[in-house]
Design a binder for this molecule. Sequence first.
Ligand code: FES
Ligand code: FES
Length: 215
Amino acid sequence: MTPTTTDAFTISRRELLRAGTATASMPAMAGMPALAAAAPAATAPTASPLTLQVNGRSHQLVLDNRTTLLDALREHLHLTGTKKGCDHGQCGACTVIVDGRRINACLTLAVMHEGAQVSTIEGLGAPGRLHPMQAAFVKHDGYQCGYCTPGQICSAVGMLDEIAQGVPSHVSDDLTASPQPSAAEFQERMSGNLCRCGAYSNIVEAISEVAGVKA
Ligand code: FES
Ligand code: FES
């Protein structure tokens, strides 16, 4: 190895590279203890006892505080009618009705709904005693694979209540007047419920029948 000569000392090329590598890593190594000291100590997840009212029944649970309402329904209460699509608030498959309002169960924590009245597709109706919206979806073929259907039906039921209560939408002509049920209102208000099978026109027909308007 050819030595590299300087005024102060003589060093081989290999020694120079070793020294450079060691020097480059020094700041990172020096910072490590500080970073470790700054990191918060890991704490065990906290669980809370809570009572959920679902479809008229009371359920005592002890859940990790991070459990979503969707996972509480599906994994703990085994109410698997409510579907998990995206788990990110983008598809509406997990729509349930809480205290009369439709919400995405994947975007809310179960512990936030202690004492609230939760309705899922199982609570709306069952074979032999279908909710009018369920019957209309069957009549108008408002589904193909059916995965989005529980969310579509819960959303449709909540949506008609919103119109009845006078809640305006982006397509309401007059924001000060009571909105009227129409296909345009249904399409706008149901836009958070996606259907990958594309059953949209039949879904609007089903909702229109329940609302008593022309599709
Ligand atoms: S699963 Fe909740 S919005 Fe998609
Ligand atoms: S019926 Fe298949 S996703 Fe809507």
